[in-house]
Design a protein around this ligand. Structure first.
Ligand code: MTE
Length: 326
C-alpha cells in the first residue's frame, strides 16, 4: 500500500526478492502430502520444516473443499511471505514488520462481535480457533502496489463466525477494527493512517465462502508480521482489504469508513476489487511482479480481473460500474 507521503517510486525490490528459493515446496510435493494424509491434511509439519523457528505453532488442517480455494500455482516461500510485508503499525518499510512486530502481544486476545446481531459475543481467541475445522487454502494475494504472492493460508470462512451471532435483517455491511496499541506498535506515532486501522465489506462479500478468517499460514499459526492472531484474507481484493490482528467485528447498516479510503479517497475505494482495467491514479494495475521470481527484472504477470476469482465472485458485482465503485 502506498500513500503520497511514502516513497512514490513504489515497488522497489528488497533483499527478500533475491532470497535463494531452496525453501520452496512444489505444488506436486504438497499434493503428495495431501494424498498421504487423507482428509486431515498433514501439511503442517512439512511447511513447518521449511519455516524458521519464529514462535509460531503447527496447526492441524484439512484441505478446503470450497470452490476456488486451492490455487495450483507454486506457493511463494515462507521466507518471502514473512519478510516482505505491509503492517504500518510496525513501520512503512517492507522489512519493518518482520523486524519489529515481535512486540505484538497475541495472548490473551479476544474478538468482540457486535452491532446489528441477535447474539453479540466476545470470543476468546482459543474459542475462535476451535469454532470450525481449520482449512488450508492456497490463495493469490495481489497488492495494489503491483506485486503478488501465492500463500497457503489456514482458517475458515468468515460466514461461519457471522452465523454464530445471527446478523439482523437491517445489517448491510461488516466493519473490522484492528489493534492499536501504542505501547507495542511504534508505527502509531506516525500520522499516515487514522488509527486504528479499519476495513469494511458488504454483507454478501463477507458471507462469501472464499472470505477467509485467517489464523495461520504454511501449516502454522500466523507470524506477528502477517497479522497474528487473526486476520482477513479476500483473494479477489487488493491486499489492503485483508485487515490484520482484528479485535472487533461490527455488523452495521451504513457503509463504514476504511483506513485507506480515509487516507486517500481518490486512490483507494471501498470495494478495492483487483481490476486490471482500472489503473491506480498514479500507476497501472495491468501487470504484477510475483515476489520471489527474480527481483525487478523478472517477467511480470498479467493481472486478472478479480485476481482470477471471477467465476466465484463476479456475480456479487453484477450491474455495478467497477470504474466508479473501484
Ligand atoms: N492490517 C493492518 N492492521 N495494518 C496494515 O498496515 N496492511 C494491509 C493489509 N492489512 C495492513 C493490514 C496491506 S496494504 C496489505 S498489502 C496486506 O495487509 C499485506 O499482508 P501481508 O503482509 O501478510 O502480505
Amino acid at each position: 500500500m502506498l500513500i503520497r507521503t511514502h516513497n512514490a517510486g513504489f515497488d522497489h525490490g528488497s533483499s527478500s526478492d533475491i532470497t535463494p528459493q531452496h525453501l520452496y515446496m512444489s505444488r506436486r510435493e504438497l499434493l503428495k502430502l495431501g494424498a498421504a494424509g487423507g482428509s486431515a491434511l498433514a501439511v503442517g509439519g512439512a511447511w513447518a520444516q521449511a519455516a524458521k523457528s519464529d514462535g509460531t505453532q503447527p496447526m492441524s488442517t484439512v484441505r478446503s473443499t470450497v470452490p476456488g480455494a486451492i490455487s495450483m500455482e507454486t506457493p511463494t516461500s515462507f521466507q518471502d511471505a514473512s519478510t516482505y510485508n505491509n503492517y504500518y503499525e510496525f513501520g512503512l518499510d517492507k522489512s519493518d514488520p518482520a523486524r519489529y512486530a515481535h512486540t505484538l502481544q497475541t495472548r490473551p486476545w479476544t474478538v468482540k462481535v457486535e452491532g446489528l446481531v441477535n447474539k453479540p459475543k466476545t470470543f476468546d481467541i482459543e474459542e475462535l480457533l476451535k469454532l470450525s475445522a481449520q482449512e488450508e487454502r492456497i490463495y493469490r494475494l495481489r497488492c495494489v502496489e503491483g506485486w503478488s504472492m501465492v500463500i497457503p493460508w489456514v482458517g475458515y470462512s468468515l460466514s461461519k463466525l457471522l452465523a454464530q451471532v445471527e446478523p439482523q435483517g437491517s445489517a448491510k455491511y461488516v466493519e473490522f477494527v484492528t489493534l492499536a496499541d501504542s505501547k507495542t506498535m511504534p508505527g502509531l506515532r506516525s500520522g499516515v493512517l487514522d488509527w486504528p486501522y479499519t476495513e469494511g465489506l458488504r454483507m454478501d462479500e463477507a458471507m462469501h465462502p472464499l472470505s477467509l478468517l485467517t489464523f495461520g499460514m504454511y501449516g502454522k499459526t500466523l507470524t506477528p508480521q502477517n497479522g497474528a492472531p487473526v486476520r482477513l484474507v479476500l483473494p479477489w481484493k487488493y491486499g489492503f482489504k485483508s485487515a490484520k490482528s482484528i479485535v472487533t467485528i461490527r455488523v452495521v447498516e451504513k457503509q463504514p469508513g476504511t483506513a485507506w479510503n480515509k487516507a486517500a479517497r481518490n486512490e483507494y475505494g471501498f470495494y478495492s476489487n483487483v481490476n486490471p482495467d482500472v489503473p491506480h491514479p498514479r500507476w497501472s494495475q495491468a501487470t504484477e511482479r510475483r515476489i520471489g521470481e527474480g527481483g525487478l527484472f523478472a517477467k511480470r504477470h498479467k493481472t486478472l480481473l478479480f485476481n482470477g476469482y471471477e467465476a466465484q465472485v463476479g456475480q456479487l458485482y453484477a450491474g455495478m460500474d467497477l470504474r466508479k465503485d473501484y
